[in-house]
Unconditional design. Structure first.
Length: 172
């Protein structure tokens, strides 16, 4: 059974994951109308992934005797000065989500809710990968600079970007 403190914290995270999905959906739309098909497809996938994260939390809350709440969402930013600015915002948002997950883990330990703590370890690992991917993308964008040919190749290849972090590697 979830404590009210844990239930409230998890419901806050449900909203964050839902808003994340909307943020990436808005980014996908912006990229699509700019002719950046690869970036838009990447963002559509990111949006779907964030929605899956939200649903995983919803199911967990309900299965543990709580009640998942679906609330109103803040409208995401829908315009960007450049694709670089968009990815900088993506990185900052992933850092924010990581901090939120870390707060949740801390609360689960304070509440001595080890089942929730165990459940959240997947999110901790996932956020390490999300931040690493965003950082890698920004590095590539900085390499491109203002080169239109580089942007073309980046847009074409972004869906092939894979990140292997120390947290995701299998121990030997």
């Amino acid at each position: 059974m979830l404590s009210k403190v844990i239930e409230g914290a998890l419901n806050k995270q449900i909203r964050i994951e839902a808003e994340s999905s909307q943020i990436y959906l808005a980014m996908a739309c912006w990229a699509e109308v700019k002719g950046l098909e690869g970036i838009s497809n990447f963002m559509y996938k990111q949006s779907d992934e964030e929605r899956e994260h939200m649903l995983k939390l919803v199911k967990f809350v309900n299965e543990r005797g709580g009640h998942a709440h679906i609330s109103e969402l803040k409208a995401p930013n829908v315009t960007f000065k450049s694709f670089k600015e968009m990815f900088e915002m993506l990185f900052k948002h992933e850092v924010f989500v990581s901090e939120s997950i870390n707060d949740l883990v801390h609360i689960s330990l304070e509440e001595r809710d080890y089942a929730t703590h165990n459940f959240l370890q997947w999110y901790v690992s996932e956020q390490i990968e999300e931040e690493a991917m965003a950082r890698t993308i920004l590095d590539k964008i900085n390499l491109i600079g203002d080169d239109k040919g580089g942007l073309y190749l980046f847009d074409r290849d972004i869906d092939k970007i894979t990140i292997t972090t120390a947290a995701s590697e299998n121990p030997m």
